[in-house]
Design a protein around this ligand. Structure first.
Ligand code: NDP
Ligand code: PMR
Length: 392
């Protein structure tokens, strides 16, 4: 059955058909045309917007900016708004699908590859108008800041932010670096998200939702109180001397603890940073803002793009190993439902929690490793990170 919101969206689209044909851009000489609409809550008003593609960086694939034309006097069903970083594949895409399917959420897919994200949205059957793709490259602070500006310019409220995107370079012999010269996995998984979350905290605080949330995806492999977390190389931030030095691989080590480069360790270290950051946000802001801060281990989603640069043998054996030996395997669809639960389930409303699931898919509050729950380390990480991203 068509909702009032859908009907209004359809008539809005028809009315704007002529105008929207000018929303064109060019990518590698090929004209692009993208059109989408959304209806979301803006305070007590409803707003609708169209997406068009522009470039925010010289080397960007394609970046959208929304123009929002508030329509006065129209009443539509209201939707909550959730930003999901890295929504173009794996857990992020499955979570987007679960949220959109609920009929209650509009998802802003914050992705570095606009065309890939659009294709991914279509591949899982997201209806036009149920999502907005916006360009975000977490490996560039400039892009993070531009994303925040673009998001604000849409006039959409922000009810939940999900920091999900990540990269993993297990076979790299040498480090690679972000736009600002930080080792790429810590820069993407931790520093980019740290800046994004800090900048969007104000927007979250303004949300009228009684259940506004900031979620940072963690993992079992960063927790050395588990079997998986004891597979070498183990996560260890040490005294954070490499991070303090700027992780640049020239004057300092590219690793947080100051050691020699190890791609698998850098990823696990970045996950420890994600879990520490969530707890530090909780300590600093939960009481003041009423925002619920959470992290989670969604299960071993052994089929995702995270393992794209691993050797072919690993990619072939990892899913059956997790399915039949460790029994830690979850499908992308199931992991998406789990993260969507952390976004919207009223019973998962406790702040400062690292959520996990039993084999029967019931959620529980998990215990973090000593390092991943060390408040002193979390404070130090916060202070160094805010200097590196230019907030202090
Ligand atoms: P995927 O590789 O499928 O998804 C990662 C997403 O991050 C992709 O959409 C990717 O974009 C995006 N991304 C990477 N770099 C950037 C960047 N610089 N800017 C913006 N987006 C970027 O992996 P998963 O779905 O498995 O990973 C999602 C989360 O789940 C991660 O935080 C991971 O640590 C966590 N996790 C995964 C587990 C697993 O078993 N797979 C287990 C535990 C936690 P693009 O599509 O363009 O590459
Ligand atoms: Mg691991 C209960 C045991 C368990 C679980 C739940 C995982 C999850 N793993 C487990 C055990 C083991 N793993 C064991 C015994 C081994 C040695 C054979 C093992 C190996 C292994 C490798 C080489 N596992 C891996 C790798 C990776 O490259 C993955 C990784 O560390 O990525 C950072 C990985 C993972 N195991 C997991 C999970 C969830 C991962 C993936 C990613 C992540 O933490 O995000």
């Amino acid at each position: 059955m068509a909702t009032l919101g859908n009907c209004v969206a359809a008539s809005y689209l028809a009315a704007n058909e002529a105008a929207s044909s000018s929303l064109e851009s060019v990518f590698l000489g090929v004209p692009l045309r993208h059109q989408s609409s959304h209806i979301v809550r803006l305070g007590s008003k409803e707003i609708k917007g169209q997406v068009r593609i522009i470039s925010t960086r010289a080397n960007a694939v394609a970046a959208p900016v929304e123009t929002v034309k508030p329509i006065e006097g129209k009443k539509t069903a209201t939707k909550s708004v959730c930003i999901v970083t890295g929504a173009s594949s794996g857990l992020g895409l499955a979570t987007t699908k679960a949220l959109v399917d609920s009929g209650e959420w509009h998802v802003v897919m914050a992705c570095r590859d606009f065309l890939k994200a659009e294709k991914a949205a279509k591949s899982v059957g997201l209806p036009k108008g149920s999502y907005t793709v916006m360009h975000l490259d977490l490996a560039s602070f400039e892009s993070v800041r531009q994303f925040v500006k673009n998001f604000r310019s849409t006039g959409m409220p922000l009810d939940v932010l999900v920091c999900n995107a990540a990269v993993y370079f297990p076979t790299a012999k040498e480090p690679t670096f972000s736009a600002e010269g930080f080792e790429l996995s810590v820069a993407t998984n931790h520093l980019g998200h740290f800046l994004l979350a800090r900048l969007l905290l104000d927007d979250l605080e303004k949300s009228e939702s009684s259940s506004k949330r900031l979620i940072i995806v963690g993992s079992i492999t960063g927790n050395t109180n588990t079997l998986a977390g004891n597979v070498p190389p183990k996560a260890n931030l040490g005294d954070l001397r490499g991070l303090s030095g700027g992780l640049n691989g020239v004057t300092t080590s590219p690793m947080i603890d100051g050691g020699a480069f190890d791609g698998a360790k850098a990823y696990k270290d970045s996950k420890v940073c994600n879990m520490l950051t969530m707890q530090e946000f909780h300590r600093r802001y939960h009481e003041k803002t009423n925002i619920i801060f959470s992290s989670l281990y969604p299960g071993c989603i052994a089929t995702t793009g995270l393992f794209r640069s691993h050797i072919p043998l690993f990619r072939a054996l990892f899913p059956p190993f997790q399915k039949y030996i460790t029994k830690g395997f979850v499908s992308e669809e199931e992991s998406g439902k789990r993260l969507a639960q952390v976004v919207r389930d009223p019973s998962l409303n406790k702040s400062g929690v690292y959520w996990s699931w039993n084999n029967d898919s019931s959620s529980f509050e998990n215990v973090l490793s000593e390092e991943a729950s060390d408040p002193e380390k979390a404070r130090k990480l916060w202070e160094i990170s805010e200097k590196l991203v230019g907030l202090a």
